[in-house]
Design a protein around this ligand. Structure first.
Ligand code: HQG
Length: 181
């Protein structure tokens, strides 16, 4: 089983297009694991996929993208669906990080961090994860420091996921510290 390919397919379905597989998500993004497997099996390369394969994929993944519980599965983050996935609001630590690349800086400094095509802005507790996120976009990486506690006090909503990822609404420029190059 190609676990990377399986993970990408599940991420696509649960984050962007459950209806293509006749799945419905509840307001927290959960759906039936059995129905997801039925949907995956309609694809030729996944026609033999089992729940055990999905468990194994999870155990081997460096990054926890999905939660499986009581016969249901959901993506932790990354949704672009029209219906907003409800997240658990939480008090953030003083500083969170966002990894991006040089070429986006002028827009980010002017407009702040926006969710772009997803529902939430993606933040992390440590610079290592922010660096991994940034490197997907090129070599000219920039790790932004977000004054999260100050932003939260001023009314910005933050949400904590069980896998350690932080999500937020748009972050205004005043809370973003750009490192000096
Ligand atoms: C940038 C992957 C211009 C932002 C990753 C980012 C993560 C702006 C890009 C997760 C902007 C959006 C999320 C503004 C933000 N003007 N550019 N005002 N505000 N941006 O993919 O955080 O492997 O939606 O800096 O690893 O890169 O799929 O967000 O570069 O964990 O599980 O616009 O997705 O996870 O890109 O990544 P994304 P992200 P998976």
């Amino acid at each position: 089983m190609d676990f990377t390919r399986l993970s990408k397919r599940i991420a696509y379905i649960l984050r962007h297009a459950p209806w293509e597989y006749e799945l419905e998500l509840d307001e927290e993004g959960w759906t039936s694991l059995d129905l997801l497997i039925d949907g995956l099996r309609t694809e030729r390369h996944l026609r033999d996929v089992t729940a055990a394969d999905i468990q194994e994929m999870q155990m081997n993944a460096a990054k926890q993208r999905f939660e499986i519980r009581e016969g249901r599965i959901r993506a932790y983050y990354g949704h672009s669906l029209p219906g907003r996935i409800v997240k658990r609001r939480a008090e953030p630590p003083p500083v969170l990080y966002h990894g991006t690349v040089d070429r986006f800086l002028p827009a980010i400094q002017a407009d702040g961090l926006k969710p772009m095509s997803r529902q939430y802005v993606h933040l992390s507790r440590d610079t290592e994860m922010a660096d991994i996120v940034a490197r997907r976009r090129g070599d000219a990486t920039v790790i932004l420091r977000i004054r999260a506690a100050d932003a939260a006090r001023a009314g910005t909503a933050f949400y904590e996921e069980e896998n350690g990822v932080w999500l937020a609404e748009a972050i205004a420029p005043e809370w973003i510290v750009v490192p000096r190059s």
